[in-house]
Design a protein around this ligand. Structure first.
Ligand code: DC
Length: 238
């Protein structure tokens, strides 16, 4: 009987990875590790230190030096985790629009990816973890016990992101959110190093018309099936 200990959850921006990942981690009692926070933290530090995000060498040097920690919530304000960079709480700062705009180019730099991938691998290989990202199943942990690729139509993803921004009291237009997502999708999937794409052995889920509960049920069913049979092939599930 195989134990599903390392779960890779990849997919494009706003496909529901974090929401599903959080529910899954809670259900299994596993650590939720959202790897996007690392690329966001590197981008934020560049912006704060006046380093242009286009300056690949300077941004890479920053990513190699900074110490990023993701730990259980340090403040009871509804956050899922606390992100610290060199001891400073940046949990909310990394979600700002300037970081959103700069993070895709930053995450395309090979030196930045090498530095952050090494940290992710170290944390993920300890097991009992749900790792959320773009390249977890293909590059970071290709031996993950279960790989899920979560997708949804770009319009539905824009609608979800827009609803989130409304809830935060921001006044972005839906068209702006859609345009930004299309741009990020393009950079994330066309970059040379670790582009966004499903691993060959990933279970594909299109959540356009599914609720979080339905997506979660599909994943839990697959985990149950694998643990019962020791089988690791997702054949017939895609
Ligand atoms: O999931 P997110 O929006 O927080 O991700 C921020 C950016 O980081 C996004 O442009 C893609 C990139 N990213 C990546 O390249 N690899 C990962 N494992 C996670 C995120």
């Amino acid at each position: 009987m195989g134990t599903v200990s390392i779960i890779a959850l990849d997919g494009p921006a706003a496909s529901g990875k974090t929401t599903v990942g959080e529910a899954l981690a809670r259900r299994l009692g596993y650590l939720l590790f959202d790897t996007g926070v690392m690329y966001r933290a590197a981008t934020l530090m560049a912006l704060r230190q006046g380093v242009a995000v286009e300056d690949e060498a300077a941004v890479t040097a920053l990513a190699e030096q900074m110490v990023i920690d993701v730990c259980p919530p340090t403040v009871a304000d509804g956050r899922l985790y606390t992100v610290l960079v060199d001891g400073q709480d940046v949990t909310y700062a990394i979600r700002g629009p300037e970081v959103d705009a700069g993070v895709s180019p930053v995450s395309a730099y090979p030196g930045v990816r090498a530095a952050l991938t090494a940290q992710q691998r170290r944390i993920g290989s300890r097991g009992k973890v749900v790792m959320v990202g773009r390249d977890i199943g293909t590059v970071v942990l290709p031996n993950a016990d279960l790989k899920v690729y979560l997708d949804a139509s770009v319009r539905e993803r824009a609608r979800r992101r827009w609803l989130d921004s409304q809830a935060r009291g921001e006044s972005l237009a839906l068209g702006e959110v859609l345009a930004a997502l299309v741009r990020r999708d393009q950079i994330d999937s066309e970059r040379e190093m670790a582009p966004l794409r499903p691993a060959e052995d990933a279970m594909l889920i299109d959540s356009t018309n599914l609720t979080v509960g339905q997506v979660l049920a599909q994943i839990l069913q697959e985990i149950g099936r694998r643990q019962a049979t020791g089988c690791s092939s997702p054949e017939g599930l895609a």
